[in-house]
Design a protein around this ligand. Structure first.
Ligand code: SF4
Length: 266
């Protein structure tokens, strides 16, 4: 197997995009699936409603509260999984003389390490004189149980596009390639066509269809592109770290089981 390498294209707490050279799509896709379904986060699971005068019925209110993404860190998730169990949050809002919108920012968490990802998520509207009072228990869970625990929004693993350009490209074709590509993959400078960012290519084939004499499109499944966005509960680094840990522990478990079988046969 050729030596793997990673080329980061975009990386911050919310977005991760990289080319994994010599890492087949099957491996990055396993990571993607673990991220979506098995990396744990925290979400509201139990709601006790003491008062709800608003137009939203109790069930809908509880459902909305359950879907509010809660920011935390992987250490807190582990602490809750290993013993502490849950974090309590409270909501106590009253509209006195004017209409009032209840936002996620109105939630008060008893654990400073846990709170809404955004303060601007609308929960309900209250008319003058109405109020909501509720207590919630947020618990750790995984996306496989319910999507509210999944830490990623978009998560894509795919092969790396292969674009072969002819050595000599006439100026009108160069201009045409730049114009025809819907993803701005090409740039024409000084009579030469350059690939700006191969990860933008969706392998749609439009350029080849029009200028097949000068460009050939393929896909390299032996290398891969991994792209994902965090919902906000965890950083992209925490999500990736945890996905690797889970995948490696699964492989360890698989290896141990396999060795047991081998020993039995012997
Ligand atoms: S295959 Fe589509 S996206 Fe890729 S370079 Fe050609 S036109 Fe652009």
């Amino acid at each position: 197997m050729k030596k793997p390498s990673i080329q980061l294209v975009k990386y911050n707490d919310e977005v991760f995009k990289a080319v994994f050279k010599n890492v087949p799509v099957e491996i990055t896709n396993s990571l993607r699936r673990v991220m979506m379904a098995e990396v744990p986060t925290i979400a509201v699971e139990e709601v006790i409603i003491f008062k709800n005068d608003g137009f939203l019925n109790d069930d809908s209110l509880a459902h909305r509260l359950g879907l509010i993404p809660l920011k935390t860190d992987i250490g807190t998730v582990r602490r809750l999984r290993e013993g502490d169990g849950y974090v309590t949050l409270n909501l106590k809002v009253a509209a006195r003389t004017t209409e009032r919108t209840v936002y996620s920012g109105d939630l008060k968490s008893r654990d400073r390490a846990v709170g809404p990802v955004s303060d601007k998520i609308e929960i309900a509207k209250l008319a003058p004189g109405q109020a909501i009072e509720a207590e919630m228990w947020a618990v750790p869970g995984i996306g496989e149980e319910h999507a509210k625990w999944s830490p990623v929004t978009v998560a894509v693993a795919r092969g790396v596009p292969k674009i072969r350009l002819a050595k000599e490209i006439p100026q009108d074709v160069a201009k045409g390639l730049v114009e025809v590509c819907p993803k701005n993959v090409f740039e024409a400078k000084g009579g030469e066509v350059r690939i700006v960012d191969i990860t933008r290519c969706t392998v749609c084939g439009i350029c080849e269809e029009k200028y097949g004499e000068f460009v050939k499109i393929g896909i390299d499944e032996g290398s891969s592109i991994l792209y994902f966005e965090s919902v906000g509960q965890l950083t992209t680094k925490e999500i990736l770290d945890e996905a690797f840990n889970i995948l490696l522990s699964k492989l360890d478990e698989f290896k141990n089981k396999f060795m047991e079988v081998e020993l039995d046969v012997a």
